[in-house]
Design a protein. Structure first.
Length: 305
């Protein structure tokens, strides 16, 4: 599939008034997975609620709730998010009967279960460049084009001298997709933490618990509804907390697992579950996956309790 077959938008294509008029009866939840992000979480929540959490020009709020899922933070993340106006829930309080779980993907899966919205928007908690245009850009294609099921953000990354993805994206995720799922190779930043989808879609797919979650969701949604129902949107500039190279190797391995388990390429036994570093130390890799919520005991759609 060529890039012009995947719909591409810009955040500048959408205005608040237009999206409020298009929203109709759909409810929207902005979900922020957060672990020890006290430095940035308050400003992000405040910005979303200030711009989208109140009535304007006779229209209801564009965003119905901002939900922060606190992933066992040891700093003031939860209190700062709550002070800014978010609904804050501990990850362990959501579907406890499903087991503890670990990793970013586990938090995202639980955020869908806890959120009230028909549309789920995810924003990373470590953003230093957040602007309201991120929300407009991610919601615009979904509200204007009912056939679109998933919107992925892309952006310039000035800390990496250009518009390409991060190191894990360029060295692992995009080459893997081009090799095994070439129909998705035009997705510019498959590991973007800023994306949005419909609850009705997210309930039907599994979630890798670790950093393979974005890649796994991209593949699974494409299989479920077709690549033509995936869009990407230019969100402008993204600046966030940059991780050291040493921390990326485990993330890259989790992305690798998420892709390989969705192919027929590996059939000769289990894959390794530990990353062995050059100094001999080992790092456990998160390869477990959460099942589709519709197949999870205890899950109840908020509109059909």
């Amino acid at each position: 599939m060529t890039v012009d077959q995947v719909q591409v938008f810009s955040a500048d294509d959408f205005s608040l008034a237009t999206l409020q008029a298009r929203k109709a009866t759909e409810s929207i939840s902005v979900c922020i997975p957060a672990k020890n992000e006290a430095e940035t979480i308050g400003a992000i929540v405040d910005s979303i609620l200030t711009h989208f959490g109140s009535h304007s020009d006779g229209h209801p709020p564009l965003v119905d709730e901002v939900l922060v899922i606190d992933d066992r933070s040891t700093d003031d993340t939860a209190s700062r998010a709550a002070h800014a106006g978010a609904r804050v829930i501990s990850v362990d309080a959501i579907l406890p009967q499903a087991g503890v779980g670990n990793g970013k993907g586990n938090v995202l899966w639980k955020s869908v279960a806890a959120a009230a919205g028909d549309i789920i928007v995810w924003v990373d908690a470590d953003l230093r460049s957040f602007t309201p245009s991120y929300i407009l850009g991610l919601l615009g294609p979904l509200l204007n084009h009912p056939e679109i099921a998933l919107v992925k953000g892309f952006y310039e990354r000035p800390e990496h001298n250009g518009s390409g993805g991060g190191r894990t994206t360029e060295l692992m995720a995009r080459p893997l997709l081009a090799t095994f799922f070439p129909e998705l190779s035009s997705i510019r930043q498959p590991l973007s933490g800023e994306y949005a989808s419909r609850r009705s879609i997210l309930e039907q797919v599994p979630f890798a618990q670790g950093y393979g979650v974005e890649t796994g969701l991209l593949i699974d949604v494409a299989r479920l509804v077709g690549v033509e129902r995936i869009a990407q949107v230019d969100l402008g500039v993204r600046v966030h907390r940059n991780r050291p190279l040493r921390a990326l190797s485990a993330q890259a391995m989790e992305v690798l697992h998420a892709v390989l388990r969705r192919t027929d390429a590996v059939t000769d036994g289990p894959l390794g579950q530990e990353l062995i570093r050059a100094d001999g130390t080992t790092v456990a890799i998160s390869i477990e996956e959460r099942p589709p919520l519709l197949a999870t005991p205890g899950y109840r759609h908020p509109n059909n309790p």
